[in-house]
Design a protein around this ligand. Structure first.
Ligand code: CA
Length: 266
């Protein structure tokens, strides 16, 4: 619960309001929940455009199917490595890292996160962007569905608020598409993190996480601001493995990224 309080505090609304919010296990309660949540959103500073996006959000059955499939995941690390094609990710990563070395080195100099580690996250998240069209669900519908769902509302409510604030600021369209849980762009930022950590990495004056340099710079920014130790290890048992928990709680995920990173540049 500490995470929720920290996260909601970051968006400037009361944790007690968020925790009073009801939840549901199917589509039937979603409309009533949206009315309730509109008050929470308004109290958190969401304006007219964001509230209109909330009003037009639909319960996403596809999101819930994916969420339950992830929950049932019981494969071993070796099986996951095979299915994800870890060796292939590393080969592609080495090419990308070499071809864009100045960009990766600049990120490492500024944020302390090795460029090959950022490349490994990029590979593991979206196969370097080639999986971006794999699952496409309207972001606002996906994130409000998991914020409403009883499984992990405390995790997703701040990101639902974040999505509505992004709409409000004109940085997200109410029908823009993302992944299963409303993740955005090349490194699959949840909307609240996109709002908080998104930066312009290619210098065109816009933050667009569907452009890989912006996504990687934003990822480096996220990790630095969540305690990444420059020069610290990222293998299990080392300091940055734990820092990565803020990015992804899954242990196999963090082990997989570490192994790809070692193969790219270690
Ligand atoms: Ca940009």
């Amino acid at each position: 619960m500490r995470c929720l309080i920290a996260a909601v505090a970051a968006f400037g609304f009361s944790a007690s309001i968020a925790m009073a919010q009801s939840c549901g296990d199917g589509a039937s309660g979603f409309e009533a929940w949206k009315s309730e949540f509109a008050a929470v959103a308004a109290a958190s500073g969401v304006g007219e455009r964001g509230l209109a996006a909330l009003a037009s959000a639909s319960y996403s059955n596809a999101t819930i199917r994916l969420d339950r499939a992830v929950q049932r995941e019981r494969r071993s690390f070796d099986e996951i490595w095979q299915v994800r094609g870890g060796e292939q990710l590393a080969r592609q990563g080495r090419e990308r890292y070499a071809a864009n070395r100045n960009f990766y080195d600049a990120l490492e100099a500024q944020y302390g996160v090795p460029g090959y580690y950022l490349a490994a996250i990029h590979g593991w998240e979206t196969n370097y962007g080639s999986d971006l069209r794999f699952v496409e669900i309207p972001i606002v519908s996906a994130i409000t569905t998991v914020a409403y769902d009883c499984r992990r509302p405390e995790l997703f409510i701040p990101h639902a608020i974040g999505a509505l604030l992004l709409v409000d600021q004109g940085r997200l369209g109410s029908n823009d598409l993302g992944a299963g849980h409303g993740e955005i762009g090349h490194t699959q930022f949840l909307p609240g993190n996109a709002l908080q950590y998104g930066i312009d990495g290619n210098g065109d004056g816009r933050v667009d996480l569907n452009e890989w340099p912006d996504a990687l710079a934003s990822t480096a920014n996220f990790l630095a601001r969540n305690g990444w130790q420059r020069g610290g290890g990222y293998a299990k048992g080392q300091v940055n493995f734990d820092v990565m928990f803020a990015w992804n709680r899954g242990e196999n995920y963090r082990i997989g990224v570490a192994r790809v990173a070692d193969l790219i540049g270690g």
